[in-house]
Write a protein that binds this ligand. Structure first.
Ligand SMILES: Cc1ncc(COP(=O)(O)O)c(C=O)c1O
Length: 356
């Protein structure tokens, strides 16, 4: 066998958590359960064979997204999902022995991409009730810190960091790239996109996988100061974003009614589910995303198993005691979740009934 790099050999294989057969309701990946805008679908159906014969032109899509975000074209890179943006950023700024700071529990890909670079991950635990650990992050910064990730709103907790705290971190680490991962921005509304071009070490990531219902299309955005984005362009493959994604962008961005309707449905269903789960005695943290983190305590294995048997996939979070992450679907889908949950809860031994 040809020997790979040492840091790659040391990595564990990443197993996609995609559920197996028998699952017809996926609530484990924070995808939309209702699909994308019909205008996007119509556009895809109208594309012809000739278009697919050509290499895609990312630049036309970048102009559309930059105008939409109110930044300059040179201040963003379109990526093959936000994942690729994180990968490109890690490869641009992390060398072997450098440090990446993340707040745990965290989205898994930050650490995976850092490992590929041979960098060390410094894990700062979230504060009480998963609040943003400003002091912990500030204390973790060293001369080797080259990348700090703030996921806002945070995955898997749904918690948010204040603008003031994020600005504090940016100022405290002027030699590190600070990635503000705004994958769930549309469900929250607060952003630092307005600081792109003004703060040299700020990067903001967005995705079309969540509120736009386009996870399968693979489309993400990495925004940053123009000179830093030109560095990322050296690394990103020239045809990283596929032709379907580029051709659909205008429809995806312009169908505001679709995105707004979906976001409003998700937010109200999320609050309804949170109230129902709390009523059953399960702690659920306030969320500004399209998912909820619930503490099922000792019932977690029984609940995960019961859901799988009924065709529903939820995301186990072994990094949070007793917790499970539930993507928000339609009201009907959430009622289906509760219908599976209720008999499991009713059957639990009395000793487990006070979870809070
Ligand atoms: C915080 C966060 N960042 C990035 C991503 C990746 O998004 P994409 O599908 O655009 O690669 C996800 C997906 O779940 C996410 O939760």
């Amino acid at each position: 066998m040809i020997k790979p790099r040492k840091c790659v050999l040391e990595m564990k294989a990443y197993h996609s958590p995609l559920p197996g057969p028998g699952i017809d309701l996926r609530l484990d990946m924070n995808e939309s359960t209702t699909g994308c805008s019909p205008r996007v679908l119509k556009k895809i159906r109208s594309l012809d064979a000739k278009l697919l014969a050509l290499y895609p032109r990312r630049e036309s899509g970048e102009k559309l997204v930059a105008d939409f975000l109110g930044i300059k074209t040179g201040e963003l890179l379109l990526t093959n999902g936000a994942d690729e943006g994180i990968d490109v950023l890690s490869r641009a700024y992390l060398d072997s022995g450098d440090e990446l700071i993340i707040i745990v529990p965290a989205f898994a890909m930050y650490e995976i991409f850092a490992q590929i670079s041979g960098a060390k991950t410094v894990r700062v635990p979230a504060g009480p009730d998963f609040s943003f650990p400003l002091d912990g992050v500030l204390q973790a910064i060293t001369p080797r810190t080259r990348l700090i990730v703030i996921t806002n709103p945070h995955n898997p907790t749904g918690a948010v960091a204040s603008r003031k705290d994020i600005l504090h971190v940016l100022e405290a680490a002027p030699d590190a790239a600070v990635l503000l991962d705004e994958a769930y921005f549309d469900f929250y509304g607060e952003t630092l996109m307005d600081q792109i071009g003004k703060i040299p070490n700020l990067f903001v990531a967005r995705t079309f996988s969540k509120a736009y219902g386009l996870a399968g299309l693979r489309l993400g955005v990495m925004a940053g100061a123009a000179d830093q984005i030109s560095v990322l362009r050296r690394i990103a493959p020239p045809f990283n974003v596929n032709a379907f994604a580029i051709e659909c962008l205008a429809e995806a961005l312009n169908d505001r009614e679709f995105v707004e309707h979906y976001v409003s449905q998700v937010c109200s269903t999320r609050e309804w589910l949170r109230a129902a789960l709390e009523e059953m005695g399960f702690k659920c943290w306030p969320s500004h995303t399209n998912f909820l983190l619930a503490n099922f305590g000792e019932l977690r294995p029984a609940i995960l198993d019961g859901m799988t048997k009924k065709g529903i996939a939820l995301r186990n979070r072994p990094d949070c005691d007793g917790c499970v992450r539930i993507s928000i679907g339609t009201q009907q889908e959430m009622e289906r979740v509760l219908a599976v949950l209720k008999p499991i809860v009713a059957a639990r031994p009395v000793a487990q009934q006070a979870l809070r």
